[in-house]
Design a protein around this ligand. Structure first.
Ligand code: PEP
Ligand code: MN
Length: 339
């Protein structure tokens, strides 16, 4: 961390900065400039809070040099993390994990029908929420435990891996019993109590980027899970709040190579929530794989017009099957493969 002093800072302002650095247990190194001085903190391992210095008289700016996250960073681990999943599947290596299914579990017929369709098209895992974080309290909230039972049944029947969301600490354990990957949604990305519990869940965690979160915020949330002992975190870019009402969110494809350069964790993309429009999903799915995503989360519904949530962004099974063929082609070009 580098503390930049104002040009008119007095020597006692400078001494105060140095004294605080030493009080925190670090070494201060003064860098004298022509117009202004700066003080570097030597030995900061990311624990120093910049706000301690910005408030001091004579301080103009504080520049963070050490990244605030540790275990998720490339410096901590140079090799990409490959998360092992049941059935010999992986994510983070050459194999791409395509996760498809309805937004919500609605009924046995809907879930089994969609599961068979996405399996036939080559999906590696089924997504469907039993607990749904809806913006309105009056919207369909999911089938809850009954939905989890249906997910367990479809797993037994089809062999598809299950990705489903845990919304709160009480529900997380029940979700983790059924899920092969526990999803933490955008609205909960900064629910630190839930993240810590997920760190002890014993199952891989799919952590979706919050709608106003920076890439650094996302990585810091992942750090919570890793620091509780769970190394199997998969990140997910699902779009951030944009300025254009023409799309539901702004799918930030640049976050994919950005995360790859900063972190060893795998990252997926969710073009369904990222666009909110069925017609835009295939192009953004292809683009995400080309950008280096390790997998995709795609909403597919047997009858989107009747969906209880997110019908407008759900692909028809035939569209999904077509997209899978295209993804296989793109994967081949970039030295990867669809499982
Ligand atoms: C979902 O995956 O259905 C979902 C609610 O996503 P998000 O948390 O990204 O809004
Ligand atoms: Mn959804």
């Amino acid at each position: 961390m580098l503390i930049i002093l104002r040009p008119d800072a007095s020597s006692s302002d400078r001494d105060r900065v140095v004294a605080l650095i030493e009080r925190l247990g670090f070494t201060a190194q003064i860098i004298e400039g022509v117009q202004r001085d700066a003080v570097a903190i030597v030995g900061n391992d990311g624990r120093v809070d910049a706000a301690r210095f910005t408030a001091l008289p004579g301080v103009d700016d504080v520049i963070q040099i050490t990244r605030p996250y540790r275990m998720v960073s490339r410096e901590w681990r140079a090799e990409p993390t490959v998360v092992s999943l049941p059935g010999g599947r992986t994510i983070g290596g050459p194999e791409l994990l395509i996760v498809a299914g309805p937004c919500s579990v609605e009924s046995e017929a809907q879930l089994f029908g969609t599961a068979r369709a996405v399996l036939a098209a080559g999906a590696g895992a089924l997504r469907a929420g039993a607990f749904k974080p809806r913006t309105s309290p009056y919207a369909f909230q999911g089938l809850g435990d009954e939905g989890l039972e249906l997910l367990a049944a479809v797993r037994r029947d089809t062999g598809l891996l299950i990705v489903t969301e845990a919304m709160d600490e009480e529900g997380l354990e029940r979700v983790a019993e059924v899920a092969d990957i526990v999803q933490i949604g955008a609205r909960n990305m900064q629910n630190y109590a839930l993240l810590k519990r997920a760190g002890r869940a014993g199952k891989p965690v799919l952590l979706k980027r919050g709608m106003s979160a920076s890439v650094a915020d996302l990585l810091l949330s992942a750090e919570y899970v890793l620091s509780e002992g769970n190394p199997d975190v998969i990140l997910c870019e699902r779009g951030i709040r944009g300025a254009d009402p023409g799309t539901r969110n702004l799918l930030d494809l640049s976050a994919i190579p950005s995360v790859k350069s900063l972190s060893h964790l795998p990252i997926m993309a969710d073009p369904s929530h990222g666009t909110g429009k069925r017609a835009l999903v295939p192009a953004m799915a292809r683009a995400a794989i080309a950008a280096g995503a390790d997998g995709l989360l795609i909403e597919v519904h047997l009858n989107p017009a009747e969906a209880l949530s997110d019908g407008a962004q759900s692909l028809y099974p035939e569209q999904f099957a077509l997209l899978m063929g295209e993804l296989r082609g793109i994967a081949g070009v970039i030295g990867r493969r669809v499982s």
